[in-house]
Design a protein around this ligand. Structure first.
Ligand code: MN
Length: 739
């Protein structure tokens, strides 16, 4: 066996000394000796072995043990198990060796860790269940597993790029929610930050840079903000520490993504924390509320932003009082108020109870929680899923269980359709699928499955895979099978399509020149000749008005922007549904015209589109078309359930009519701002006001405007003019016209 160099041995010793400092401060002699023994054994077992990074392997279990001891505050048994956690997996020693040397309690934990290891990669669904099972046996196994992952994330740099992304994804997916549920706030945040850094390095660096650019301004602001609070706390003789922290880059990124806001629009980047040294004789809750009233004497609170997690602690045990107040310079600042004990619980979760020797409460809570998991795992009803949602584990939140007619359970991703299910069971069943019977009701092939559905696939010998199935097939398996079926036939389709073109050209006596083909390709918004032939061959396109297409010049592309055909969404008709969809030609965009004799469409009330908005149509009963904005939430639903009824739509030029639209304004109040806003609007002669409402409170200015507007271009003009008014921070269109 190869031994370590002097420098490596020194490296091990340095870390070991750091570790022993923590241990000796916490434990009695007997425990310290047990831990020393575990280290010596592990160190000898891993002797000469190195990690991918080239460092001695023992540095890994030792670092994990430091996390377990210092950051989680766990006991001697757990610390011993964490030093030994890779021994059985990676060396000659067995579980019975561990049991003989360190007793059954340490051995059980090491055994649990060995069984869990290396398993996350392939079947995540299985491993999560395994984790929860283990969790219900001994939560310490999971705590060590989280510490193990944290150290692996800290040292991820030495991994290959592919592995980095994979491990980071898995961490976000599995370990972050677990750390959250166990209330390990600091560890959860660090895991999130590290995963974000490796998964999205560009975004991570961009946010880091923006935070850095603001640093000076922010430091000034925070000092100005804290000073009067500190003075007041001192004069009231309340012993406390006031700190401040930045929102993590990961949560900034999340907020930008989910709320669609820019970096500058996030108002709670900064949080100030007041940690009160608990006084005897007064309840902790009372002490926190006293400080709250002291803070709100200085700064005005936002009425909707007081959160009391002391009266009603979060599920993971978090207790704190949060209030958002208006600081100097008109910036909102979040203030968190809590006692020292609450702060420890917030940072270290359940493990914090150990530090306060409140082990009885801790174990009671934990026992109840674990008993619940055990029970839920045993019963397979739908409530078990609600329970798992509670964990915020994406995996279960996005999985459903459905059943075959024989009662076999199949797990599918949330959003799976009948065709996904058919392919999940068998390729032939997928290829021949025409629909399904769910709980005895007939449903089309695009139907989205619900948790608990019993699905009987209906087939027809005449059925063949259709390309448009790809629009509602969501599982990788179904999509691959459908695409494969088409690859086999592509040649045939191209041949057939070519014949169709030749025949049609012959009929209108036009030559097959590359120029004419180009006109066809651009008419159908395709990319190339091959695509034209194959789509014709498959019957997705029809050459109805060939003369018109090739006879005239290609359409002028510089017409007003709403006259350009938006992306072509070709939908072949669903066989089951053909009867009432005959009259509308779905190969062409549906034209929206002003003042038609008989109105054949209406504008959806959910998103209230106006001329110029990018829109699509939904063909309802009697060929009546309902027009939605393409980004409307309803459209997403319609696309998955009635994809065959969606057509592209475009506006012809609208002149006369006006449409009611709503704008919301936000900003900082100043004298004359209302005047300026109404001036800007009345100067636009294409726009009329129906009603305007302005409101200011605590320096914040809000406007709610109902306007009559001709089209999106006018509206966008107005918005950019309003945005230029000093004090206005945000102007947005509100699609909801109801109060
Ligand atoms: Mn490990």
């Amino acid at each position: 066996m190869q031994h370590f160099t002097k420098a490596e041995i020194r490296q091990i010793d340095d870390l070991y000394q750091e570790f022993m400092k923590v241990i000796k401060a916490k434990f009695d002699r007997e425990r310290v000796e047990r831990i020393e023994k575990a280290f010596k054994f592990s160190n000898a077992a891993h002797d000469g072995i190195k990690r991918k990074s080239g460092e001695p392997f023992i540095l890994h279990p030792l670092s994990v043990a430091i996390i377990v001891a210092k950051d989680m505050g766990l006991g001697a048994t757990t610390i011993c198990a964490s030093i030994l956690h890779d021994v059985v997996e990676d060396t000659e020693y067995s579980i019975s060796d561990i049991k003989n040397m360190f007793g059954p309690r340490v051995a059980v934990i090491v055994d649990g860790l060995t069984k869990l290891s290396g398993d996350f990669e392939s079947k995540q669904a299985l491993s999560l269940k395994k984790i929860l099972m283990t969790l219900s046996e001994d939560v310490r196994v999971i705590l060590i597993k989280i510490a193990d992952r944290l150290h692996n994330m800290r040292t991820l740099d030495s991994m290959e790029p592919q592995k980095k992304i994979k491990i980071a994804g898995e961490t976000l997916y599995l370990f972050v929610p677990l750390a959250h549920r166990l209330g390990l706030y600091a560890i959860k945040s660090e895991l999130e930050e590290l995963s974000f850094k490796y998964k999205h390095p560009e975004e991570y660096n961009r946010i880091l840079l923006m935070l850095h650019n603001q640093e000076e301004k922010r430091n000034y602001l925070v000092n100005e903000f804290i000073r009067p609070i500190k003075e007041k706390l001192e004069s009231e003789n309340i012993e406390s520490t006031v700190t401040h922290r930045l929102k993590s880059t990961y949560s900034i990124w999340q907020k930008m993504k989910t709320k669609g806001v820019t970096f500058n629009e996030i108002y709670d980047i900064l949080a100030v924390r007041i940690i009160i040294k608990t006084r005897q004789g007064i309840s902790e809750k009372r002490q926190c509320f006293d400080v709250l009233s002291l803070v709100t004497d200085i700064y005005k609170p936002h009425p909707d932003r007081i959160r009391d997690w002391i009266t009603m602690p979060k599920a993971n045990g978090y207790e704190s009082l949060h209030v958002t107040v208006m600081g100097p310079q008109g910036k909102w600042v979040e203030v968190q108020i809590r006692t020292e004990r609450m702060d420890e619980v917030a940072e270290y979760g359940f493990a914090a109870h150990y530090r306060y020797k409140d082990i009885s409460t801790f174990e009671n809570e934990l026992d109840t929680w674990i008993a619940r998991i055990r029970e839920q795992l045993r019963s397979q009803d739908s409530d078990a899923f609600e329970f798992l949602d509670d964990f915020k584990l994406n995996l279960y939140a996005t999985e459903i269980n459905v059943f075959t007619p024989n009662g076999d359970m199949i797990s599918m991703p949330l959003g799976s359709t009948v065709v996904d299910f058919a392919y999940e069971i068998h390729t032939d069943l997928g290829n021949k699928c025409i629909g399904a019977k769910i709980n005895l009701k007939l449903v089309p092939i695009s139907h989205v499955l619900n948790n608990g559905d019993q699905v009987e696939i209906l087939t027809s010998e005449k059925q063949v895979p259709q390309l448009e199935w790809l629009e509602f097939a969501t599982t990788a398996k179904a999509r691959t099978k459908i695409k494969n079926a088409f690859k086999l036939k592509k040649k045939e389709h191209i041949e057939k399509g070519k014949e169709i073109v030749e025949e049609a050209m012959k009929q209108v006596k036009a030559p097959i020149t590359s120029n004419n083909l180009k006109k066809l390709i651009s008419h159908f918004n395709l990319n190339n000749k091959e695509q034209l032939y194959s789509e014709l061959g498959m019957g997705f396109l029809e050459l109805g008005n060939l003369n018109e297409i090739i006879g005239k010049k290609s359409p002028n592309k510089l017409v007003k922007y709403w006259n350009i055909t938006f992306s072509r969404k070709k939908k072949a008709e669903d066989q089951n549904d053909l009867s009432d969809l005959k009259k509308i030609d779905k190969g062409k965009p549906f034209l929206l015209k002003e003042n038609q004799d008989n109105v054949t469409y209406s504008l959806a009330k959910c998103c209230n589109p106006i001329p110029g908005d990018e829109v699509i149509g939904y063909i309802g009963a009697d060929d009546h078309v309902i027009i939605h904005k393409t980004g409307c939430k309803e459209v997403e639903k319609l696309l998955s359930s009635h994809g065959n009824r969606i057509i592209t739509a475009e506006w012809t030029r609208f002149k006369k009519q006006s449409y009611l639209t709503r704008l919301r304004l936000e900003g900082f109040d100043r004298i004359g701002i209302v005047n300026e806003v109404t001036n800007v609007i009345s100067k636009q002669n294409s726009i009329n006001m129906r009603s305007v409402k302005f409101d200011t409170h605590e320096g914040i200015f809000e406007g709610d405007l109902f306007l009559y507007i001709h089209d999106a271009e006018h509206l966008n003009n107005l918005i950019s003019k309003l945005e230029k008014i000093r004090g206005i921070e945000n102007v947005s269109r509100d699609e909801n016209l109801n109060d």
